[in-house]
Design a protein around this ligand. Sequence first.
Ligand SMILES: O=C[C@H](O)COP(=O)(O)O
Length: 265
Amino acid sequence: MANRGGFNCTCWRMQRRFFVGGNWKMNGSLHNIDEIIGFLTCGPLNPDVEVVVAAPALYIDYASKKLPPTVAISAQNCYKEEKGAFTGEISPAMLKDVGCRWVILGHSERRTIFEESDELIAEKCAHAVENGVSIIACIGEQLEERENDLTETVVFRQTKAIVEKISCLEYWDKIVLAYEPVWAIGTGKTATPEQAQDVHKKLRKWLNDNVCPDVAKSVRIIYGGSVNEKNCRELAKKEDIDGFLVGGASLKPEFLKIVNATAGM
Ligand SMILES: O=C[C@H](O)COP(=O)(O)O
């Protein structure tokens, strides 16, 4: 794996390739997508960073054919079955069929607006990785939960549900964990680098104790919630922040600055 520049050590942080996902959510049109692809194509994009963009399902095929080869396409959701009578759903098998190897699962908007349970999200995660699609698995607490000192309880519970369904350690190569405090999503209120690092470090420790040390060291834990061109560099300096899941800013050219947040570090 590529390293991240000037850190003069061979620590695990260096082994975890920095990952930046752009979640377009339910935004875009053919015209907008052409504009986004235009700035992604012009770059520059740090080649040491893995870049994935998640388009609305309808546009996955279109976008994937036009994106530069260094940017992978992702879905924003998929179901836990290969095929059948599940009107409105898409499956990992279908994603692979159109060349899409990534999917975001468990986003807080799926959990809250569409009332997806820990159990359903975990089943979807397991089905995706078992069928060759890598996942960006999202977890994160609500504001009220943070204020009641329940952050760890919530993120460990959400992570545990997923862990219990992942039947084979090898599947962890296909998992990126995204910590997204719900109070920071789309609000302009970012977690401080210290707040995010604190949760990421605790999550890594939890994975060490509940999965295994190798997974804890190698899994990428990325941060999402109002990441922008101004705050990305300070967040990226933190030892356990291995990248970002970016919403609003992924629709704009500032996304390039976020992708390049570690350049020169
Ligand atoms: O998936 C991305 C997150 O929901 C963050 O969205 P945001 O960057 O607009 O706050």
